[in-house]
Structures are given as structure tokens and as C-alpha cells.
Design a protein around this ligand. Sequence first.
Ligand code: GYE
Length: 325
Amino acid sequence: MKRSRTLTIALAALATTGVTVVAVAQGLPKLGVKKTYKVGFAQTESNNPWRIAQTKSMQEEAKRLGWQLVYTDAGGSAAKQVADVNSMIAQKVDAIFLAPREEKPLAAAVKNARAAGIPVILLDRNVDQSLAKAGTDYVTFIGSDFIQEGQRVGTWLKANHKGQARVIQLLGTTGSSPANDRRKGFEDAVKSDTSIKILASQDGDFARDKGRQVMQTLLQAHPDVNVVYAHNDEMAIGAIAALEAAGKKPGKDVLVMSIDGGKEAVQLVANGKINYVVECNPRFGPKAYATLKDYAAGKKIPAKIINPDRDYDAKTAKAGLATAY
Ligand code: GYE
């Protein structure tokens, strides 16, 4: 390693005092080119088809490549996911793929891995950009543009609602990047339209039954709701159950919009109970490992790699069903 003259003098001076000097890494940990790798995938939870499809894609591609995959499931706990990453570090994996449950707590896990010399690639969710940065703390983020997803829902609503739109927004997990960004994109898109009013926005944790419960409660406070925007399919499906239990017709009395585009939701679009879905593709495997290989080969990796996403409405849902995950 080439050191500056000043640094060499400073190190020599410190050595005489008996202080041990640990070199602090600048930039990302290196990764050598190898035939196979042992990599970690720290999943956030497995309670919905989106997560299951993502895990399957990561496992299948590792198998196809002949790589060893250390898989953990944090079961919906950010603290467990931090511990999972630490255990991967202890097992000396070559690299870590992380789907960070929440933006802030998982930034610390990214930094732990970096300090241990293990490169991290973020999958599907991001970390707080003021705490950890692409190109320094982690290699890149691979996933959808969540702000754009929210904007697409807002734009669709502006073009398709009739009269006054009274919206209930079911938010994804508090502190997660898709919840923050899907809200921002949507609210920015509808802000200028005075015929759209957001009655309430509440956390449904990206989960079906939580979405149902939250919708049931909000329906009592806002019986005049005529639009539901759910940050994922699961909460939309939960909301549909609550609407039907209250005697309303989802898709007709109440417009329903969501994000993800799983088969069940796309089928509901075809059946007319959901009006509009923006896809968020969970099939990360091939792109994730190809990106790691590029990184090992010394190629320049962009700070973000954005997946292209389709959308589904009454006209396109049937045709899209076959390829929806
Ligand atoms: O929409 C949801 C999942 O982070 C993009 O998390 C992902 C979201 C996805 O649990 O269904």
C-alpha cells in the first residue's frame, strides 16, 4: 500500500507509543473473482406471496449457479434482522444481500458488514441515505422506484375518479422505504387536485389481516370513503374483506388500488374488485447475483439499479395473469 509521507511519519510516531493502529477502510470492501461464492440473504419476513416469490428467486438462482446461500428470515423484526446480518458476518460469507425491513435500524447492520470487509447489496428496500450511502457503505440498491409507483397510482386516480374522491390510505410498515416513498409519490401526485381528499392514512404493516382490521376501524370513522389506496396487494385484499363485510362493493362503490401485482391481486383486477395495480417485481435472483459478479470483476456499479414495473387495469389484467408472480 502506498502511504503519504505525513501518514507514514504519524504511524511511526504512534508505533513508538505502543498504540496499535488499525487502518480504516476507505470505500467499499473488495471482492475477488471466484468460481463460487458463499453469500447471505437476510430476508425481512415471509408472510406474503411477494416475499415468498423473492426468496424462491434468490434460492433458485443460487442453486443454478452452484453458490452456497446462507438464508435467514427476520420474521418481521428489525432487531432480529440486525442479528441475522451479524451472524452472517461471523460466518464469513463473501457478500450479503439484505432486504432491510426499516430504513434506520438496518443502516447500522450495513456498516457492521462494511467494517468486517463484507460487501452488501441492498435488495428491494433501502436504508436511510443520511446514515449509509451507496458506493461507500454498500455496493448498490436493486429494486423498484417506489416514489414513481405511488405517483402512478395517484395519476391513475386523477384520471379515473368521478366527483369527489374520499381516500383511505393503508400504509406499509412504518419506517420502511416503500411505505415512505409510496406515500410521498401518491400524495405529491394528487396534491393539486382539489376533488381528491385523503380522509385517513394508517399503518397496515404490509399484512393482509392488519389491513382488514385497520380498514374495518377506519370505515366506522369514515363511512363515506370511496377510494382505498393500499401500499401493497395484501392490505388491499384485507380491505376488500372489510368493505364486503360492511356491505360495500369493492371496485364499484369504492375504487381499490394497490402495488405489487401478485397473481391473486391481478385476478381480482380481472374480476373487477380491484381497479388498478402497479407491479413491483419480486424476482431478484438473476439480477442480484449478476450484479455481485460484475462487482467482483471490477465493473462500475451504479448507486441504484431500478427494476421496470408493469401495471394492470380492467383492460390488461387478464392478459397479464399468466406472467404475474
Ligand atoms: O410491496 C411488500 C413487501 O419491500 C417492495 O414489501 C417490498 C414490499 C412489497 O412485503 O408486499
